[in-house]
Every structure is written in C-alpha cells, then in structure tokens.
Design a protein around this ligand. Structure first.
Ligand SMILES: *Cc1c(COP(=O)(O)O)cnc(C)c1O
Length: 374
C-alpha cells in the first residue's frame, strides 16, 4: 500500500512529546534529584546483579514493594498500586474513569500530562484556570463540581510548574463536593511534607499519587504508586499492563524504599538550596519569583525564551521554558541542583540580566530584536 489509514482524529492536534532535550553540562530542567543513589545502595545493587533472574517475568503487582509502601502508610497492600512511573498511573486513571463522554476537571497551568492523557483517552477536559497568583479558583471549581457531571479531578499538590500547594480546606471541600475520583498528585510530597493521607478513611474518592523519580533519585527506573480505596485499585488493575513495572525497577525501588531515611539529609539540603535559589533570583532586577514547596522554582522575566537560550548556549545550563504555556508567559522553571550547580545558575542569571540591562540602552540584546521574541 502506498498510503496509511489515518490514526484516530483525536490525535490530530496532539504533538508528539519530544523527550529529546538539548544536552547541557548542568541540567536543571526535569526536577530530578541532582545526586545519584547513595554509594552503599549502588554497591549493594552491583552485588545483586550476578544472579539476578533477568529471564523471568516480574511479579505483576510488585507485591514486595507494594507491601512495604502499604506498611509505611498504615494501609493494606490492597490500597496500593505500583506503576511505571506516576505517569502510567495518571494515564490508567483516565483509562478507567475517563473515556468518551466522560469529564476530567483540570486546573491549568499544571502538569501537562493531565491534559495530554485526557485527550489521548478521548476524555473531555473541563479546565478551571488558576488565578493570576496560581492559586486555584476555589469558587469556580466547587461551582463546576456542583453540576454533578465530573468523573475525575486532578490536582497537583504542590503544583508543577508553579510550585504552590493548595489550602487543605480547599482539597477537603472538593472531596466533599463530588463523588468523582479526586487525584491529589503528591509527586513532591517529600519536599512539601504535606499529604492528604489522613483523609483517606473519610473520603473514599481520594487517590494519592507519589513517585520515586524526584526525591529518591530513581527517575531512570520509572516507579510511582497510588494510595486509594481497594475498589479503586481493583478497577485500575483491570486497565493496566500486567508487567509494566519491570523486575529490576521493583528490586531497586524496594531497596531504596527500605533505606529511605538516608535521603532525609539530602532532602533537607534540597529544600535549603531551593530557598537559596529563590533569594538569589529575587535579588536580580526584573525577575519575579513564585514561592515553591517543591524542588524547583518558577520565575518570570522579560524575554524569557531569549534568557533560556543564553543560559544554554552561553553557560551550558538547561532549564525549562514555559513561556509558550498560557498564563506562564515569560516564565522559566529551574530545578534545584547541587549547591555548585545552583551557584553557577545564579551567577549566569546575574550576568545575563546585567548584559540585558546594558544592551537595552541600545535597543538590542545579543544582536536580537527586543520585541517579537519566541
Ligand atoms: C514528575 C511528576 C510526576 C510523575 O513522574 P514519574 O517520573 O512518571 O513518576 C507526576 N506528577 C507530577 C506533577 C510530576 O511533576
């Protein structure tokens, strides 16, 4: 055949998620932990490699890891589902509770995968935009829920990429206002230290998402989990790929979870460094910094796309450019790196800002026009 039957029309206005990022010496673009696993964990891993059963399928439900996570959260294994990163579970929830004729309430600007997965599964996205300071529009959300047709609500807590948490009273109001599943995405829980876990018993519709990708240095392994009512886990188990979490990832995540206290010091240092970044950025003229409870900082500055390019090409530093996202015009997001990486970033930002101020006198920046950038 010299032609290909078109794919589902829903895909027409989806662009492929291009994970190929530019290479940079200092990568502060994906909210990873800048440190690899602790040395003793790496050594233990190497020891276990020699007789690792690569030839055998993994345990579909990751029972050992599931039990560890359940115990740590005062729950039964039936309340836990491990997935191939939090991303898979976000998608599975939409497969099970979304779909054609069903609705996801979303609060943009937020984690981009929510809207992408909604579109992929044919779920209608009902967007209730955040206010100018990125707080949720509580009245509008509750009014929309009162219409009774929402099947699923996604709330990132803290929100990515804005960094703020929602008031707990708002989250409780949402749980009370609807029988829709309410996903509270706690991907940055280890940094914010705030969890909705205590509310699970009272609210059966509460689903909590966590990940090993951020605080626990395991972005490469793709492991995340949800905590939810056993009935929710049961439905998710129907739509999931049976072997999505490979044996190696289960084993490494189990080892890291058992040893998780060793991350405490690192997490505290990341939070300290976040405040260093926030203070450093806010002392640069023309930069507006948004408060963060996570391991990244969002900031706004004129000509953000050009600043992004200067950081990359002039200083070999990669951050995330959100300037094309509605409500995030001229915003960049920087992940907390090591103290040395953060210092290099702040010094580069200082230089770029000074350069821009001086060339602004002449109406150009790096030979580029000041207007019409992006
Ligand atoms: C990073 C992130 C996730 C999940 O990441 P995985 O690597 O797929 O576990 C989920 N939600 C938010 C808001 C995130 O930032």
């Amino acid at each position: 055949m010299d032609r290909i039957r078109p794919a589902r029309p829903e895909l027409d206005d989806l662009t492929q998620y291009d994970a190929r990022e530019p290479q940079a010496a200092i990568n502060l673009s994906s909210n990873e932990n800048s440190q690899n696993l602790p040395k003793d964990v790496l050594e233990k891993l190497a020891e276990n490699m020699a007789d690792f059963p690569f030839n055998r399928y993994p345990d579909p439900m990751a029972s050992k890891l599931r039990t560890l996570i359940a115990e740590a959260n005062g729950l039964d294994p039936e309340n836990v589902l491990v997935g191939n990163g939090g991303d898979e579970l976000i998608f599975n929830l939409l497969l099970a509770w979304g779909g054609p004729g069903r609705k996801l309430l979303n609060m943009p600007p937020t984690f981009a995968m929510y809207a992408i997965d909604a579109q992929m599964t044919g779920t209608e996205e009902v967007a209730v935009p955040r206010l100018a300071d990125f707080s949720v529009d509580a009245d509008a959300v509750l009014a929309r829920l009162a219409e009774g047709d929402i099947d699923l609500v996604y709330i990132a807590h803290p929100n990515n990429p804005t960094g703020n948490t929602q008031p707990e009273t708002f989250l409780i109001d949402v749980l009370k206002a609807t029988d829709a599943l309410v996903l509270v995405d706690e991907a940055y829980f280890e940094f914010s230290r705030h969890t909705m876990r205590p509310h699970m018993e009272r609210h059966r519709n509460l689903v909590i998402l966590r990940t090993f990708s951020k605080a626990f240095s395991l972005a490469a392994m793709r492991v995340g989990y949800v905590l939810a009512h056993a009935d929710v886990i049961c439905e998710l188990t129907k739509v999931r790929q049976p072997y999505s979490v490979n044996r190696f990832s289960q084993s490494v995540a189990g080892m890291v979870f058992r040893e998780r206290v060793v991350f405490e010091g690192e997490i505290r240092e990341i939070v300290r460094q976040r405040d260093v970044l926030m203070h450093g950025l806010s002392s640069i003229e023309g930069v507006e910094v948004f408060p963060s409870e996570a391991n990244f900082v969002l900031f706004r500055m004129a000509h953000a796309s050009a600043v992004w390019r200067d950081l990359l090409h002039g200083h070999d530093i990669l951050v995330r450019d959100f300037s094309r996202t509605p409500q995030l015009e001229d915003c960049l997001r920087v992940s907390v790196g090591s103290p040395a990486e953060n210092a290099a970033f702040l010094s580069a930002m200082g230089e770029i800002a000074a350069q821009r101020r001086s060339s602004a006198l002449f109406g150009t920046t790096n030979g580029e026009p000041m207007q019409g950038e992006r």
